[in-house]
Design a protein around this ligand. Structure first.
Ligand code: TH1
Length: 818
């Protein structure tokens, strides 16, 4: 009866009439309790790892309070929900961020210092969850933090990979990949939800039937995998709001068939089980490229299906739900092409499961879904062989064909038959017929966005020009919009650089700038203030000391803290041009060598740090890593120059490494060929920390320059509109090589950085310069055929830009940077 219910509720309320208190003593009590009871470790004898785990549980209790309240509030208010679908989340460590966002910094500090522990030492115990490759995954993580902080009712959905991004080791100067089992003994910040599971089907066949006067399709057979939810609370800053990142883990659909224990099928049962778990086992370590691997499509469908089932279940739970309301209550953002099977899955769930009419379902689908494009690299736009999709997702292939059929009809009516039709079709004809996921996304999406102004323009003109024409012809110019990337100042200033955060808060009088970055403009009032300058320099100095300690302990590298710290950290990619950076380092080294000791003393000291992972199959990227390491070895051991120029490849670049490196930089390199880097996001983090950018007119650099002032950046190289012309001229052989650059090539060819001692590396280094110069000498290594093909058009442009980079770096930079 409702009376019994009422008194039960009252009783339960009294049992826990207040939440965990947050004063230091209460935190210490929670800590001791978790050590004793949750971890079964005595509070009189524990390790730092134990302490970290117990502290994590202390935070988890508090996160759960606000997560549950937030969810209840969302339901009560019947708000519109946003869902971010992403195959990657590079969240980085939780603890420091959670403490800051829950406003527990002082209490935690007091609580743990009183127990003789430093918070930094606790933080260092946390494994860095690296469920992403690079910028795209980190962007997803920054968005989660920002959405929670803005009190927006938005959840993230993704995959709980058992193995995230590999750990990068360096052996004999080469990258070695080691598995990263980040889960270890369990992550205290995640909440397993064994009660939240969904079946996800693969393979099987489609049966057509006629029921209740309707033709219906039924997808049957095949195999079913269970998706189980793991929730990761995402607390906002300066708000009680806490959102959720729900990651799916794949499990076999049935527990062991006990009979199998005694039968010959036992082995099969285990194999089957293992296969299901393989689905969420490992992240594909490719950034901005695509591999047509079956497991990858399985992963994508797995998390998309579970996520859409989950969000529709939430929609249906609302009292008196009406399907018409779906677009007013649900917005789904697809992060790149990776989750775009969602277009077909949403249709399947609405038409086959919810029994909606096709047209109605299509209208709802198109209003709910949105697509972000992150790259113009053709090699990253996913296409799946029709044959593979037909086997794995037969019903989805039917749905895609039906969507395409209707779409082509519309196009034919508008334009008649012609090349435009083939260009706009979701199906790519050819030896191997393929489904173009980018096309499926733009056709199924309400809005399409690029990630920086220049990138959005390139999408319109080059990536999807025919589609953009269609939009314009139909008065829908606003279908493709720009949404320049952003980063969270909570993690990237407040946590990574507490000293800078303190300066801002002190001068601005409050922490409001942490939720409204426009407030930082008020710092301009102090731009001539010598006290601020002094504090600022002390802050930089402190960051450099931290970096120096970190480099010493990580790689036994000693750096001069008076040197200019010059950093390039990002995935290793030809288009990002780490190669150009290292060629410039060689140039600088050669210049230094030529000078007399007294002349050298006048040189600005410089430490060049380069870090980043190469996809395991990306041969050229791996050679670049080897070259950097070999150059570093020569330079750092040369007694003539080593006090003026140091160079190092910093292994295992990851979010926590970025948090140490970025605040310490004087200059950072964002030097992609114009028109190739969609946005870049670390560029934003470096400038936020008071660093200067050496960069090209590419991605978000252009907007940062407008925002910060042209004189705050060192821009070089050609502009995007010049690239095609340069490339064409270069193809014809017109690209003169600057004498200084030629000297660098000669130095490499002479064997200075490998030579007799390492003939294999010598061959690789020469082949990579030959490639730059478009020389394909017989008998030299010519790399992965496919990659040669893909990057060919960029080769001559590289030469031009290396050329101008060397010029710019030698001629245009102010003296103190030279
Ligand atoms: C990156 C872009 O290269 C970068 O310029 C951008 O700032 C970032 O996304 C966020 O928008 C991309 N990462 C990937 C990763 C994969 C596929 C495509 C891209 S684009 C796996």
């Amino acid at each position: 009866s409702s009376q019994e219910d009422g008194s039960r509720m009252e009783k339960l309320r009294q049992l826990m009439d207040h939440y965990e208190p947050n004063d230091p003593e209460s935190i210490q009590r929670s800590f001791a309790r978790h050590l004793e009871y949750s971890l079964a470790i005595t509070r009189f004898n524990f390790t730092m790892q134990d302490a970290y785990r117990a502290a994590g549980l202390v935070l988890r209790d508090r996160l759960l309070e606000s997560l549950n309240d937030t969810n209840a509030y969302y339901r009560e208010q019947d708000v519109k929900r946003g869902y971010y679908l992403s195959a990657e989340y590079l969240i980085g460590r939780h603890m420091q961020n959670a403490i800051a966002n829950l406003d527990l910094e002082q209490s935690f500090k007091d609580a743990f210092e009183d127990l003789g522990m430093k918070l930094e030492d606790l933080f260092a115990e946390e494994a860095d969850p690296a469920l992403g490759n690079g910028g795209l995954g980190r962007l997803a993580a920054c968005f989660l933090d920002s959405m929670a902080t803005l009190s927006l009712p938005c959840w993230g959905y993704g995959i709980r990979y058992s193995y995230g991004m590999f750990k990068q080791g360096i052996k004999d100067g080469r990258q070695v990949e080691e598995p990263d089992f980040w889960i270890g003994d369990g992550c205290p910040f995640e909440i397993p939800r064994p009660d939240v599971t969904y079946p996800v089907r693969f393979y099987g066949k489609v049966e057509e039937a006629y029921e209740n006067g309707k033709n219906i399709s039924r997808w049957v057979g095949g195999e079913i995998v269970q998706a189980m939810a793991y929730d990761n609370p995402i607390p906002g800053f300066d708000t009680y709001n806490t959102n959720n990142l729900r990651l799916w883990r794949a499990l076999p659909s049935q527990e062991f068939d006990l009979d199998a224990f005694s039968s010959a099928h036992f082995q099969d049962a285990i194999t089957q089980r293992r296969k299901a778990e393989d689905l969420s086992a490992v992240l594909y370590p490719n950034d901005a490229t695509y591999e047509g691997k079956e497991l990858r499509l399985r992963q994508q469908y797995f998390f998309v299906s579970a996520s859409l089932q989950d969000l529709l279940r939430e929609f249906i739970k609302r009292p008196n739900y009406k399907w018409e309301d779906l677009p007013e209550k649900v917005a789904v953002q697809m992060n790149d092409t990776h989750p775009t099977i969602a277009v077909a899955e949403m249709m399947r769930l609405l038409v086959d499961v919810q029994q909606l009419q096709w047209d109605r379902a299509w209208e709802l689908t198109r209003k709910c879904l949105n697509y972000t494009n992150h790259t113009v690299m053709p090699e990253a736009l996913e296409k799946w062989p029709v044959e593979m999709m037909e086997r794995m997702l037969p019903r989805h292939l039917q749905i895609i064909y039906q969507i395409n059929g209707i779409w082509i009809q519309k196009l034919l009516q508008r334009y008649g038959d012609g090349p435009l039709i083939a260009a706009l079709s979701i199906v790519e004809e050819g030896d191997v017929k393929k489904i173009r996921m980018g096309h499926l996304a733009i056709i199924g999406a309400n809005k399409i966005n690029g990630v920086a102004a220049i990138h959005t323009e390139i999408i319109k003109k080059e990536t999807f020009p025919e589609y953009y024409k269609w939009c314009c012809d139909n008065g829908e110019q606003n279908k493709i919009v720009n949404m320049t990337n952003g980063v969270t100042p909570r993690r990237w200033i407040h946590c990574a650089n507490p000293a800078l955060s303190e300066i801002f808060t002190k001068y601005l009088g409050s922490q409001e700038w942490l939720t409204d970055m426009n407030k930082l403009k008020d710092m301009l009032a102090y731009k001539e203030d010598s006290k601020l300058h002094e504090e600022w320099m002390a802050m930089k100095r402190g960051c450099k000391e931290k970096l120096a300690d970190w480099l010493k302990s990580k790689m036994n590298l000693e750096i001069d803290q008076d040197a200019l710290i010059d950093i390039q950290i990002k995935r290793i990619h030809e288009y990002k041009r780490q190669l150009m950076n290292i060629l410039f380092v060689i140039h600088r080294y050669m210049e230094l060598k030529k000078k007399s000791p007294s002349e050298r003393a006048a040189f600005q000291k410089r430490v060049v740090l380069i870090g980043g992972k190469a996809a395991s199959a990306y041969v050229n990227a791996k050679i670049i890593i080897k070259l950097i390491n070999n150059v570093a070895k020569v330079i750092n051991e040369d007694p003539d120059t080593k006090q003026y120029l140091k160079c190092a490849f910093v292994p295992n670049y990851c979010v926590s490494a970025a948090q140490v490196m970025i605040p310490a930089s004087d200059i950072s390199e964002h030097i992609s060929t114009a028109g190739t880097e969609a946005s870049g996001t670390s560029n934003m983090k470096f400038v936020m920390n008071g660093g200067l950018i050496v960069g090209t007119m590419d991605g978000a650099n252009i907007e940062i320059r407008e925002e910060c002032g042209h004189d705050t950046m060192f821009i070089f190289g050609c502009q995007e509109h010049e690239v095609a012309g340069i490339s064409a001229r270069a193809q014809e052989g017109h690209y003169p090589i600057d004498g200084r650059l030629q000297a660098v090539f000669d130095e490499i060819r002479s064997g200075k950085f490998a030579g007799q001692a390492e003939p294999e590396a010598q061959g690789e280094f020469e082949s990579i310069i030959n490639r730059l110069c478009n020389i394909r000498a017989a008998g030299t290594w010519d790399g992965d055929k496919q990659l040669v093909q893909q990057t060919k058009s960029r080769i001559p442009v590289d030469i031009f830009a290396h050329h101008s980079r060397t010029l710019c770096a030698c001629v245009d930079l102010p003296a103190w940077l030279r």
